[in-house]
Design a protein around this ligand. Structure first.
Ligand SMILES: [Zn+2]
Length: 281
């Protein structure tokens, strides 16, 4: 049995087998989904929809079952049963089994819908483990946990996710608040482009006359930079001038670069000290 990997996304949390990968993701608070595949098949679609009040759960699941039957007359649909708070049923056609599970989470006020696909052999334990591992953060919490695509972070909840870009070996999360931005980048496969100096790496990434200084991050030697916006602004706009702060470090045990960039107004510097980006420890 494979080990499990914790995924934390938009205040929701679940554990999946560690060979499942996210191939589609959404950052919408009110509606979205994560799609997981393993080496061969799509395994799970985990979808959420904002729902202020508890919906008629029995009716929703009943509608799903009716629609499934309509779609495929020859399929067999099981009765609804419970796993934790989830209402679960299966749809079977020959060797293929689809398991569907629905849950209303009153804490984050979302209706959750899990669809597992088993084209050749259902793994019930995996389903149960995924479903029972689900939990959510208190929406009033000041810190939100994020864990996916090789990043493991605590981000103050005032930062709202704007986008998550995922490429092979690289990830970029962008958060925003009041015209300020926070960007977290992760870049793996370092031996192909790393010259051995984290300062040079950062200098190559930052514009012009930014001065780069030495720091530490997670026990690693880090390169940091701070640059004020250069172009002229009238005096009354002075407080609106922006400052960009950067910190990059190389995690040797993961052979990965991490890079935090934060851009905020000089007059109202954003609070970055609670931004935690974990690497090897
Ligand atoms: Zn590290």
């Amino acid at each position: 049995m494979s080990t499990r990997e914790k995924i934390q996304w938009l205040g929701m949390e679940l554990e999946v087998p560690d060979d499942w990968e996210i191939v589609r993701h959404s950052t919408g608070l009110s509606k979205g989904r994560l799609i997981f595949i393993d080496r061969r098949f799509q395994r799970l679609q985990f979808a959420w929809t904002a729902c202020e009040k508890r919906p008629a759960e029995t009716r929703i699941v009943g509608d799903f079952r009716a629609r499934d039957k309509e779609e495929d007359q020859s399929c067999t649909i099981s009765d609804v049963y419970r796993i934790g708070g989830w209402r679960v049923y299966t749809r079977r056609n020959d060797a293929t089994i689809i398991t569907r599970a629905g849950l209303y989470d009153p804490r984050c006020k979302r209706w959750l819908d899990c669809v597992f696909s088993w084209p050749n052999g259902r793994e019930k334990t995996i389903e149960e483990n995924v479903l029972t591992s689900y939990s959510s953060q208190n929406p009033g919490a000041s810190i939100m946990h994020w864990r996916a695509f090789g990043l493991d972070m605590d981000i103050p909840a005032i930062w709202k996710i704007r986008k998550a870009e995922v490429f092979p070996g690289a990830t970029k999360f962008v958060y925003e608040q009041n015209n300020c931005s926070l960007t977290i980048r992760r870049r793996a496969m370092a031996p192909y482009y790393y010259c051995g100096s984290v300062e040079e790496y950062l200098a190559g990434k930052t514009a012009g006359n930014t001065s780069v200084y030495r720091g530490t991050h997670n026990g690693h030697h880090a390169a940091c930079a701070r640059a004020k916006e250069r172009f002229f602004r009238p005096r009354w706009l002075k407080g609106k001038r922006k400052v960009t702060r950067e910190c990059t470090w190389f995690c040797d045990s993961k052979e990965t670069f991490f890079h935090i960039t934060a851009s905020s107004f000089i007059s109202r510097p954003a609070d970055f000290k609670n931004v935690v980006v974990r690497c090897c420890n």
